[in-house]
Design a protein around this ligand. Structure first.
Ligand SMILES: Nc1nc2c(ncn2[C@@H]2O[C@H](COP(=O)(O)OP(=O)(O)OP(=O)(O)O)[C@@H](O)[C@H]2O)c(=O)[nH]1
Ligand SMILES: [Mg+2]
Ligand SMILES: [Zn+2]
Length: 301
């Protein structure tokens, strides 16, 4: 084997049958997927082999994909799930003042993250815009639950060093609605990179789904992954009874429910509903729990 590409290089982009692979401190190379290696996604660690046995002059081929831990999926229309990023160490949930924060979506990300024990941080971008304080107020409940909520402005360059401090090691995935500024943030943090960004639609005030594929970029001692603004975020392998794992405040109280399999809806002796009545659990979060649970019960996760 050659010393050009060490084993366990990182997949940084996937284009059909070709994948971009990067070894530490080396320029990326393009490799082909060999049939036996199976599916390959961004974040995968792979072993390459030079095509034709040379030093890679004739190209490279992926011959092995290391087993994955902690993954992110998106759900597609036909209720199928598609793996988006593998080997995730941290979720960076990006929201913005405009478009405004969507608690339901943030909660779905948090369920996927908590379920796999992936640490998450929440960013509120575009603090330079009007309405910043109200938007931050809406996210206070996450700070109260113990999540880091970082107000930033990519445009004004505010909070950049603070974000960098949280994501300088391991593989961090930027997720969030279209138009919140995920790509703009990545471009700002990585001066050599200039991925495409786009203004919000004037008609709807929403993002335009500018980023279409996930790409990974070395950042300090870690890796930063940009993803498309995902509307349908898949919760794979999670059963309805497990959704509460994603809601810290529900999870810590449910051991006091009368029934071990309490769904926290109609059951008598429910400690979670008691906590809602005592205003110890936010109603917004509880409603979000119910919605996610119901979506999994009808098999539409
Ligand atoms: N005012 C303001 N605008 C910003 C800020 N950050 C990003 N934007 C703008 O928001 C728009 C959307 O940014 P993108 O980076 O393309 O958003 P995205 O989250 O990558 O969107 P998708 O790729 O569609 O998922 C662009 O016009 C950015 O210039 C900010 O801090 N303040
Ligand atoms: Mg983008
Ligand atoms: Zn209960």
């Amino acid at each position: 084997m050659t010393d050009l590409i060490p084993a366990r290089s990182l997949v940084t982009a996937v284009f059909g049958e070709r994948v971009e692979v990067r070894a530490p401190d080396k320029d990326p190379v393009v490799a082909f997927r060999s049939r036996g290696a199976g599916d390959v996604v961004v974040g995968d660690r792979v072993v390459l082999e030079p095509v034709g046995g040379g030093g890679g002059e004739a190209g490279w081929r992926v011959i092995e994909v290391e087993s994955r831990r902690r993954c992110l999926w998106r759900s597609t229309r036909r209720r199928k799930s598609q793996l988006v990023v593998a080997n995730v160490d941290r979720l960076c949930i990006v929201s913005s003042v405009k478009p405004p924060p969507k608690e339901g979506l943030i909660d779905r990300y948090l369920v996927a993250a908590e379920w796999q024990s992936i640490p998450s941080i929440i960013l509120l971008n575009k603090m330079d815009l009007k309405g910043a304080d109200q938007a931050l107020q809406r996210l206070r409940m996450y700070a109260d639950l113990g999540y880091e909520v970082l107000p930033i402005s990519v445009k004004a360059g505010e909070g950049m060093e603070m974000v960098a401090g949280y994501i300088s090691e391991g593989l961090t995935v930027l997720v969030g609605h279209s138009g919140v500024g995920k790509t703009a943030l990545l471009n700002r943090l990585l001066p050599g990179v200039s991925l495409k960004t786009a203004a919000l639609s004037e008609a709807t005030g929403k993002g335009k789904h500018t980023t279409s594929v996930a790409t990974a970029h070395p950042f300090r001692r870690g890796v930063l992954v940009d993803t498309p603004g995902i509307r349908e975020f898949g919760l794979v392998d999670i059963s309805p009874g497990d959704v509460s794992v994603g809601f810290r405040e529900i999870h810590t109280r449910q051991e006091d429910c009368r029934f071990v399999d309490c769904s926290h809806r109609e059951e008598p002796g429910c400690a979670v509903r008691a906590a809602i009545e005592a205003a110890e659990i936010s109603k917004t979060r509880y409603d979000s729990y119910l919605r996610i649970r119901e979506s999994l019960e009808v098999g539409d996760g």
